[in-house]
Design a protein around this ligand. Sequence first.
Ligand SMILES: [Cu+2]
Length: 145
Amino acid sequence: MRALVILFALLAPGFAAAQVTIDMPWARATAPKAMAGGAFMTITSIGADRVTRAESPAASMVELHLTVDEAGVMKMKPVPALVLEPGKSVTLKPGGYHVMLMGLKAPLKQGEHFPITFYFANSPPVTVDVQIAAPGAAGPAMHTH
Ligand SMILES: [Cu+2]
């Protein structure tokens, strides 16, 4: 299923809009008192672009993070601008790039969903509907067997 909403802004003539699609957005359900959660998806851009920020009504702050292995210790680092190369996809997944939802307004419950809006340097914003999978799931619920 291709879950994407592309909002085409009114563009000035001559402005070459890159186009971004976001596929299979999903998140892991969180513990009842968790303050943070992760969301994952695949982002593909036709042109050179970058994700500049994201926001969601589900959390007070949304950041892009990269999990890195530093001498055996997994650490998360904020990514100020996720670079999208023309025609290539970036997959956000557990252990790699992810969307960090900080200050969750409510726990993420399996089977529910919430929106995230992404903003780009060269493209109109894209809002996706994020499906919540089981706690600790390795992938979106629709892909479990
Ligand atoms: Cu993180």
